[in-house]
Design a protein around this ligand. Structure first.
Ligand code: ZN
Length: 311
């Protein structure tokens, strides 16, 4: 029962995409509590890494909210903090997946009792890659932008990337609230965020109103815990500025790996190596980086792959 409840909760995460000021302002908000909880459950992340990964998963969903079918957006943080680097990938259907190099890395809390995300991240680079058509072989030249990590608190890094690399002045709020346990899994109580992008043509009055709204807005996770929907989050952040909802969609942690894909990857391994796997290990085990799912190909399965390889 408990498991079923957890599963249904992961399905209710929502994202809203809207515009304001006749399209001169683009804004999106998302609740990602289930998505981040699923990532933490799969990767057994520490509290601070859960916050770092969860904020990045949320930021990638917001940044990727206008992706078209076959598009893919990757956010990669290459850093020297204890976390040791992070990769997150969002698709056009509201699916997102991601992993960190050292999921159990942990650092002391800040003096104010908050998780020290910037410390677990450290210094380094923040990369965003837009790709299209990769999975169906219609591969276009990807677009890749990068900026140095400015704060390591993730939201500021998304904003800095958008402003510097894509020349879109932006404000970003990302939050993950965890209730930690000394050992074992991290419990994600609330996660979500919002992003406001100022396009050319936005007037000063609108920008000032948005700045005032964002400055006065309570913390994202406070709003989510109080039961706010993504639309209500936007209403708080945009203050007096009217907005028009373009799209509401579901988001979730989702990976494209499968047993069939694992078999097809194993089939590509050198014939001699396959024989030694069969002889010494009596099968093969593959673990997906992105979702930590393990696929076991038993002796019979491996024999089959070898038969096909010989044919
Ligand atoms: Zn996977």
């Amino acid at each position: 029962m408990e498991n079923k409840k957890e599963k249904s909760r992961t399905g209710v995460d929502k994202l809203v995409r809207a515009t304001a000021a006749d399209g001169a302002v683009r804004c999106m908000a998302a609740i990602t509590t289930g998505t981040v909880a699923e990532a933490a459950r799969r990767h057994l992340t520490s509290n601070t890494v859960t916050a770092a990964l969860g904020r990045t998963l949320t930021g990638a969903l917001l940044l990727g909210s206008s992706l078209k079918e076959l598009d893919r957006l990757t956010v990669q943080i290459v850093c020297d903090g204890e976390m040791g680097g992070l990769t997150v990938e969002a698709n056009a259907n509201g699916g997102v997946r991601g992993y960190v190099r050292n999921p159990d890395a942990e650092v002391p809390l800040k003096a104010n009792g908050k998780l020290d995300v910037s410390r677990v991240v450290g210094d380094g680079m923040f990369y965003v890659t837009h790709e299209s058509g990769y999975d169906v072989g219609l591969y276009r030249e990807p677009y890749r932008g990068s900026v140095p990590i400015t704060s390591g608190e993730i939201a500021e890094d998304f904003a800095y990337y958008l402003t510097q690399s894509e020349q879109i002045p932006s404000a970003v709020m990302l939050g993950v609230l965890v209730r930690g346990r000394a050992t074992g899994e991290t419990f994600v109580e609330a996660a979500g965020g919002l992003m406001v992008q100022i396009m050319p043509g936005a007037d000063d009055k609108t920008i000032a109103a948005i700045e005032a709204g964002m400055n006065n807005a309570p913390h994202t996770t406070t709003l989510i815990r109080e039961g706010a929907t993504p639309v209500e989050m936007l209403r708080v952040a945009l203050g007096a500025v009217e907005f028009e909802i373009m799209e509401e969609s579901d988001v979730r942690f989702e990976c494209s790996c499968s047993y069939e894909r694992a078999v097809s990857l194993i089939s590509g391994i050198d014939y001699v190596e396959l024989e030694s796997m069969l002889r010494e290990d009596h099968g093969a085990v593959m673990t997906c980086h992105f979702c930590n799912e393990t696929y076991r190909i038993d002796e019979a399965g491996l024999e089959n792959i070898l038969l096909l390889a010989r044919a």
